[in-house]
Every structure is written in structure tokens, then in C-alpha cells.
Design a protein around this ligand. Sequence first.
Ligand SMILES: [Zn+2]
Length: 1014
Amino acid sequence: MHDDRTLVEARLKRVLEERIRPAVYPESVPLTVSVWTAPGEPVPVVEGLAAPRSPIAVGDAWGAPWSTSWLTVSGTVPEAWAGRTVEALIDLGFDANMPGFQCEGLVYRPDGSPVKGLNPQNQWVRIAAPAAGGEPVLLHVEAAANPVILDYHPFLLTELGDRETAGDEPQYRLARMDLAVFDETVWQLVLDLEVLGELMAELPADGARRWELLRAVERALDAIDLQDVNGTAAAARSCLVEVLAAPAAPSAHRIGAIGHAHIDSAWLWPLRETVRKVARTAANMTALLEDEPDFLYTMSQAQQFAWIKEHRPEVYARVKKAVADGRFVPAGGMWVESDTNMPSSEAMARQFVHGKRFFLSEFGVENEEAWLPDTFGFTGGLPQIIRNAGSKWLLTQKISWSQINKFPHHTFLWEGIDGTRIFTHFPPVDTYNCSMKGSEIAHAARNFKDKGVARHSLAPTGWGDGGGGTTREMVGKAARLRDLEGSAAVRWQRPAEFFAEAEAEYPKPPVWVGELYLELHRATLTSQARTKQGNRRSENLLREAELWCATAALRTGLAYPYERLDRIWKTVLLHQFHDILPGSSIAWVHREAEATYAGLAAELEELIGAAQRALAGDPAGGRELVFNGAPHGRSAVPAGGAAVAVAGPGDCAVTAREDGGFVLDNGLLRVVVDGDGLVVSAVDAASGREAVAPGGRANLLQLHPDFPNMWDAWDVDQFYRNTVTDLVAADEVAVLTEGPAEVAVRVARSFGSSTVTQTLTLRAGSGRLDIDTEVDWHEAEKFLKLAFPLDVHTERYAAETQFGHQFRPTHTNTSWDAAKFEACNHRFVHLAEPGWGVALVTPSTYGHDVTRAVRAEDGGTTTTVRFSLLRAPRFPDPRTDQGQHRFRHSLVPGAEIGDAVREGYAVGLPERRVTGSAEAVRPLVELDQDALVVSAVKLADDGSGDLVVRVYESGGGRARGRLATSFALAAAVPCDLLERPWDGTRGEVVADGDGVRLALRPFELVTLRLTPAR
Ligand SMILES: [Zn+2]
């Protein structure tokens, strides 16, 4: 037989496009439309419904950027349509090339109850089925003119990303406002032909099934009268019954589909718009669940549920009912789908605490899966946190975005730094917006790397970010793919059911040890520095507020601010969303985030101040007390306590050098600053060893051009390193402080349109050189690094992460090593040879790189650590990071890992001085072993008055110690992160009088609930 495939395939494409799809709506009449545009920000629904309207017509422009227009559409169903299915078709001016990321609407009935959302791929509203004929139609649409920021000509400079710069040019034109007859038979025929046509294209040309489908499709096309598609659609469908009924092969891949809309909690729109995006999508999805009995939908991010509850209670009532019916499934158990690289140990834990608690209290549902499809990499600290939250599975899709290496598994055990293993699935469909296309389903089956030992994968299905979620067309296609010869078998499945089934079929999955590094979006560790600093400052202040408020509550009876801390935590957690903390949102989001962080800081300072004043007593007492919120004692002040300030002997000295530089010495550390303000020597007195590599100059600022191939705020591409300018020339190098308590040198530089002032400080009794850098940054598409070339020979270095540290190579042996050319640390990077090491410590810089070189002069190894200070991408925020910045970085020669941990906490948690009458404040709890670190002291969230203390082993070894309480202890119980009694602790926790003996494994964390004797 002649091969006529291309002919039939082209015929199918044209007939479907030009004749069959248009026949879904064979008749229509125009609706009357009127409009009111809210003058500023969105208004409450009642106000929008009541506002006076003026006329508007199809073809008219509407919608200044970020404005909201309330449309009223009205009409009458023609008498002749009695008995037919009638829908309204509302096209706000959508660009169907993009399923979301543009204007959107939510349809209301006249009484204000929501009907469903309007999205580019979802423009219909069911009016009547069957229609009586003659019934009046009256609907209102809250239409949001969200401008397109990221188009299919992506990453172009735009001022649309902030209401303050976006202008008032209308963004859209009303395209269609009709009442129409909906012909369900034609609609079903479209889906039949799409499913079979798309499957056919994936099948081998030498297989019989492909030809069977081709001939069946041809017969269906022959059966259609192109002048009467509606009259002949049923006959065409009957030609396809047999091929649609042929069952899937027993070995077919099994796809658990779950309705889904990945809604970024802020990104190319502000937070307030996400509140509405979520409501529109949830309205859509609850409506679809009512129409489609097999369909299941999942939604993650407790914050998004909380928004619907607060702002659209009618939608929330529908969500609650669908959750109770088991069809709208809360997923993930986190407050938001956060970044996981940068949040602190406690913040990462609280993402789960607040997320899971919300789902438990609202729905009685406890998630056992973490759901992070889009997050930019996963730290080695995360598995233990997931497990301690009472969860056991992880879903992510993002690793498929890695630039260089293809991840070897789709279902695997992921092992964290402490040895915890989490059963992890990484959908082979390679998208979290599956639309049930034949190409996607076939790709999932082909791509699945665990074939032969496992058969199940998961497909999150639906349009996110303003696409409205799953469409009825996707549901219709999934029904046809349930058991279809030649295809993977698809059925709707809840995430927990998928995981249980996948785990059961795969008892010995492969293991991946250590972080899941994303080989992309590496610049998200640096972009929008002020947002990152706001996050870190808030995390530190929350630690202090909980500690001092708990101490004051137990000691003085001061009321513990449960509600305020709860609200502040949730705000901080929201801003750790994977486009806010990473710095990849529009200017509006980051402008608001900075203001929000400033407000939180003021509130937390107030809480800390009130608690410390209560503990210090009457200021008339005149004693200056030093409060130490860090987990290690310092200056004779115990960790978590306060003591009267004692001025230590000052022994710092500074001497001038002939080259215009200076020598700073405090007996512990001797630092030489040259005439350019660069550190040419740093000798640790205890060992006599030099930290700076011979010929190297530390504290060197380096400037690179930085114009990635795409994703400006997200990406730095490896070639940025090919060009570098060392910022050596100094405008000034001068002594600022001459001792004896501290010595400091000031260095001023200017470059491009920017200036830098640095202060290098050595304090009495401290082996740490602090470098405070103030930058007035006015560059575009540049990357600023601060370099420390060190005389250390090592193949790997440690970088702090949640509840411990992870190692990375200093070399580029393999493509996996080379790809990690920019990575994350929390508060320190540590490099060591056996017996001697150096720590670089920072309170708020996350991005860094480490490279090695062998010196020609002496054959020694120089390992260079560079912190990433600032970038200046111009998309999506054209003025990213412009203006004033302050950073601190510290060099600690002779540091062991424990010193790195201690100094890391110390730089972020400065001592506080309060005048009062007390002689001291004894800590509530004290540990006698430095490797055991307290990460939180707080009152239990249940209001019982119990104290909750979280401790972890910080050195990567085993540690034994005793936690002593300074109050009579009635009970001590190990808990999970949600403060529920838990027997999952692997180390030893033994009550011992007014204390607890602990023996923890490497990096193990334990949460203790301590009940004071009353
Ligand atoms: Zn996302």
C-alpha cells in the first residue's frame, strides 16, 4: 500500500482547525457589555458590583496596567435555542499562545456569588443545559488587566513591572462577548480526533497500531459533511469507537494525573494579585470538580488557602466542601512552595509547621508529601526536616531544568547530610503544566528512567499562573487515555495514593546522596540583595524575640506574644516563596518586600526590647546588662542569658607601613593591609600560620560583565568569568580606630558609576577580621565579587546549610562538579587541611564560588573563596539592586568547623545592652557541649506554657552532652517539628533531673518539649 500518512495527517489538521473546532459553537448572538474601572487598587466585590457602568463594545480597548475593570454582560437566550446547551463566550482579549501571564477574569452572578474564572484557554460560562429559551442572562466579570511581562520575545526591558512606572496605556481589547449554542457532540469529536491524532504521531511508523489509527481517522473525516459538521459529527465519532476501545498493553507506563495549577505566590505580579489569581483558579476547579466526577485536583501552599479564606469566603466554602469530599486535595504541607537554599534551619522547619498545621486545623488533613515542583534546588538539610515534620515523600520537577547533567533517576531515595532518606519522585513528563497532549504522555513513558523495576509516574495537569488550572478538555482527553492501546495509561490520582503505589512497587530504589543542586538559576542566590537581607534579619530577630519572650514569660510572667509571632513568622515564610527570596520578581514585589521587612524588624525590636526590659528590671538600677542571643557564650555572657558588662583588656594595635598600608594586631591575629587596602597577610598567632596565599591579595573586589543568555535575574552563565576587572585602586586607605579595644582601617574606592567604602576591623580577644562593605551601586549587567585567595590545599569545602553543612568540590573533575560554579552558604564557608582551617563568615551573603589554582612560584595550592555581593540584571526589575548596600564578611584564620559555626551565629546576632537592676539573667537552658547548638527556644504553640527547645549536632560528628534547665523540670519529651510527642528520634534523649542527657548523631536535630514543674 502507498504511504499516505502525511496526506491524512495534514487533512486532519486542517479540517479540525477550520471546520470542526468552529462548529463547537454553531450559533451565537452578541451580549451587551458595560464597564466600570476601579480608580486604583482592586475593590471589594460588593463595591465592584454596585459601581455605575458605562458602555463598552467588542473591539474597544480596556485595562491600564494593573487596573481592574468590572464588566456587566447581559442578554437573552433566543427562543429558538430552547432545548440546546447555551454558554457565554467571554474573550477579554486573551493571547491564547500563552495559557496565563496576562489578563484574567472572575465571573460573578448578580448576588455576588462567584461562578468561575476566565483565562486564555478557558473562556466559557455555562448558562443553561438545556435552555428554556427566552431566559435573561446577567453576569459580572472582575477583569484584571495584568500586563504581559514575559512574552514569547522574552527578557526584554520593561517598566510594566511596577504600578508606579507602568503608565496607563490600555493593554487589551475586548475580543468576543457572545451567547452561543454549545454542541457537545462536536466538542467530543474534537477530543477524539486530538487524542488519536496526537497518539498516532508518537507511534512507530512500522507498527500496525499507527496505521489502524490513521485509517480510522480517515473514515471519520470521510463521514463528516463539511457543510454540516453538526449534523454529521455523531457519524464521524462512530468511526472512532473501535480504536478508542482498544485497551493499553499490560506493560504500559501508568501515569497518575492530578489536576494542578502552579501559582507563583508573587512573581510577574504583586502579592495582592496572587490573592485573586488563586481565587479565580479555585473557583474554576471547584466548578470543574462538580461537572467531572472522575476528576481530582490538588493545591499546595497553605498561604494560598488562607488568602481564599480571608478574601473570597464564597470560594473557600466550595473549596472546603470539595476537600471534605476528598476531591480537592491539599498538597505539600508547607506554608508556601519556598526556596530551600536560603531559608534558615528554623525557617525551613516552620514552613512545614505552619503549612501542616493549617491543613490539619482547617481540613483535618495531614500531608505526608512535600510538594516543590518549581523550587531552584534542594539542600542536603531538607530530608531531615521533611522527616521531622512527619512527612516522608518529596515531589519536584525542577531538576529537569538543569543545564548540563541529566539526573539519572525519576524515582529514588534522596539522602540528606544526616543520613535521612526520603522517597522522592521527579515526574518524567518534565512539566508541572501537563495538558494531556499525546507528546507529553509519550515523553513521560519514554523518558522514565526506572523502567523495568517501576511503572508509575505522576503528571501535574493544568495551567498555572493565571491559566485557571485544569481544563474540561484535559479531563476529556484523560478519560480517553485511561486504557488506550499504544499509550501510557492515565488516571486521576491523589498525590498520596501515587506515592504509596510507587513506593510499594519499588522496594529498592536507587539512592542519591547530598544536595539536589539545580544547574540553573544560580544567580538567585544574589539578585535583590535587600530582599535577602530582610529575610535574614527577620530570621535572626525572630530567634531573639522567641528566646527573650519565652525567658521573660517563664521568669516574669510577661505575656508571650503568640499571635504576633505567628503572624510575623507567616509573613517571613511567605516572602521565602521561590520567586521572592530568590530575587526573580518584578520591582513592585521587591519594593513591597523591603517595606514589609522594615515593618517586621520594628515590631520584632519592640518585642525583644519589652522582654529584655522586663528581665533587666528597673532601669534606675543603673546596671548595664549584656544580652547574648547566640547559641554560644561570649564575653563571659552565657548563651541565651545576660550578665553585667565587663570591659576586657584592650590590646589592639595598628602600625603604619611604608607602602601606605597598615598592620593590625591583637595578639590573636596579625593582619597586613597594603597601600591599596588589600589584605596581603593574615597570620593566626596560635599556629603561626599564614592564611593568605603567597602573592595573593584578599578583600579584593572583582567586577565581571554579567549578561546571561536568558533569565536575567535568575541566571549567571559560566562565561561571565572570562572577563574580570580587579578593583585595586583605592581613593583612600586610612586608620579609623586606633585601639586598644579595636583597630580599624577605612578603604574607599570608586569604579564605573559606583563607590565602595570598606572598614576592616580587628577587636580585642577576637580571631576574626570583620570587613564591612558599603556600596553605592549604579552598574548595569555587572557582577561584584569579594575574593579571598587562601593558602589551603583541599579537594572539598564545607558550606553551612540547614542544621549542618554540606561539602562541595573545589575542583571541576566531572561535569557535575563543574556545574556547581556558584553555590549557596548560610553563614559560613570553611576550608581545611587536617589540623588547620579558615572560615569565611557572613550574616547575609548566600552566593559564593570556590576555585583552586597551583602557584608557579612554589607549587602550593591557592584556594580562592569569593562571595557574590551584587548583580545588576535588568529583567524583570530594570533597576535591580541600584543604590546603597551594606555587607559584612569576616575572615577567621585557624578556624575549625566549630569556630565557623560559632562565628556564623555571632556575626548575625550582636549583643544587646539594656540598663536595669538585675545582676544577671540566667539562661533557661544551657548545654555543656559546643557541637550541640540550640536553634530555637520558644513557648509551645499550643499555649500550654511548655518550653520548646530545638537542638542539633552542628559539627558532622557524634556529640554527647547535657541540656540543663534553670527551672524545675516536670517532663521532657522528644517531639516532631509540630511539637507533638514523637518516637522518631534516632539519638539518645534521656531525662536527667532538671535536664536532659543527649547523644546525637551527625547533624541530628531533636525538638524537646520541656514542661516546667508548676
Ligand atoms: Zn514557580
